[in-house]
Design a protein around this ligand. Sequence first.
Ligand code: SME
Length: 162
Amino acid sequence: MTTSVSDRKIPGRADYKELARSVAALTEGETDEIALMATVVCEVHHSDSRFDWTGFYRVTEPELLKIGPYQGGHGCLVIPFSRGVCGAAARSGETQLVADVDAFPDHIACASSTRSELVIPVRNGSGDIIAVFDIDSDLPDAFSHEDAAAIEALLDSVFRRL
Ligand code: SME
């Protein structure tokens, strides 16, 4: 049985090397998109106490995101590409690091406690955006460029196999 990050409640910051190791072991040989998303979101969410809501929004039809596997309180079910931080990540193909959600004019508040967020486009092996990965924190300015780079690498290591 593989030891996973989510077996333990870890106070503080993610150990990204450990997270990458555990996600690689848990997802080895798996190619089902939802199984991979569910495993990644569980591991990432429990790796770091700054992460209060963690989840995928999947591209289910042109210009539309629908909720995928997540951890935390309930998330909005549907987000068009034209709206919110998630929509901005999906339509631009660029990671969105939002230090203060109140300063992002089009932020969609699924939880009023959210103060900052990090949204990363998720690409498959053909380079198509299949989803976005959204991490929300109740702390202001919770995320760094190092967090973004580490999570981008983790997502590539899992979803580029599809
Ligand atoms: N805040 C996101 C919406 C998703 S929820 O926060 C779970 C946005 O502005 O796109």
